[in-house]
Design a binder for this molecule. Structure first.
Ligand SMILES: [Fe+2]
Ligand SMILES: [Fe+2]
Length: 258
């Protein structure tokens, strides 16, 4: 019988630690192959984190659930604003004029992200709250995630920690058949998340095209891999903590990098 206090011994997802690969190994394959490696690493982590089979459910008092859900949605609204506008704005600034098409696509992304902020604001009002991003107390792990993006020096490296990390992981909220959020959210909130996720493929495509600009050398590939790894590691901690607070317990070990 499964223990109710300890995670099961089921082996965790092992994500390849590309940043520790040798130069030769990093340069095996085309830029497109390397981009796909980064994509799948993030997607596999999203599928693992959001799979309801990795959790056991706990019934929360309705008021405790409401409070934790409000906190979750305020964090999401804050993230739509900061990760959705400040980071793409930095990318636009850092890109050369020759990348006009990408700059315009990033500007359209910012437009979408402000709409996502508004979707969370509407949902928060339904639960009797507001985003109040200026008063939002960032959990320390979110401060780390913000710092990781600020540490990135080029538009492609920001993409490795943003469109090609967080945004890929979040796509598993709605495209995974066994998504835990279907069990944790009511139908209206789940539909709001589906509405947001419909905007995401072009944002992930922005990430893809930025990554492809920066795969020429082992140094570039290592910097992309390292940024994505650092961000995914922090993001996993935040997301699992949030999921657990909405009424469950993680029974599968968290993904590891090796
Ligand atoms: Fe968004
Ligand atoms: Fe997005």
């Amino acid at each position: 019988m499964k223990s109710t206090t300890e995670p099961t011994k089921e082996s965790p997802l092992v994500a390849p630690s590309y940043s520790r690969w040798s130069d030769d190994r990093l340069m095996e394959g085309s830029a497109n192959d390397f981009m796909k490696k980064l994509y799948h690493r993030a997607k596999d982590i999203g599928d693992d984190l959001y799979d309801s089979r990795g959790y056991e459910f706990i019934t929360l008092e309705p008021e405790a659930y409401r409070e934790n859900l409000i906190l979750y949605m305020r964090r999401r609204a804050w993230s739509e604003w900061w990760f959705g506008t400040v980071s793409p704005a930095r990318q636009i600034t850092l890109l050369p004029d020759s990348q006009l098409d990408l700059k315009l696509r990033l500007a359209r992304q910012i437009r979408d992200e402000m709409r996502h902020y508004d979707v969370f604001a509407t949902q928060l009002r339904r639960f009797g709250s507001e985003p109040r991003i200026d008063e939002f107390q960032l959990p320390p792990i979110l401060v780390q995630m913000q710092q990781i993006q600020l540490d990135m020096q080029t538009a492609p490296e920001i993409a490795a920690t943003n469109q090609f990390a967080g945004e890929i992981v979040l796509s598993s909220m709605t495209d995974l058949e066994t998504s835990i959020f279907v069990k944790l959210f009511d139908e209206e909130l789940m539909n709001a998340i589906r509405d947001i996720e419909n905007d995401e493929p072009p944002h992930i495509a922005n990430g893809r095209d930025l990554i492809l600009l920066f795969c020429e050398t082992p140094v570039q590939r290592r910097r992309l891999a390292d940024g994505q790894e650092r961000y995914l590691k922090a993001m996993m901690q935040l997301h699992v903590t949030e999921i657990v607070k909405l009424g469950c317990r993680r029974v599968k070990r968290l993904p590891v990098f090796s």
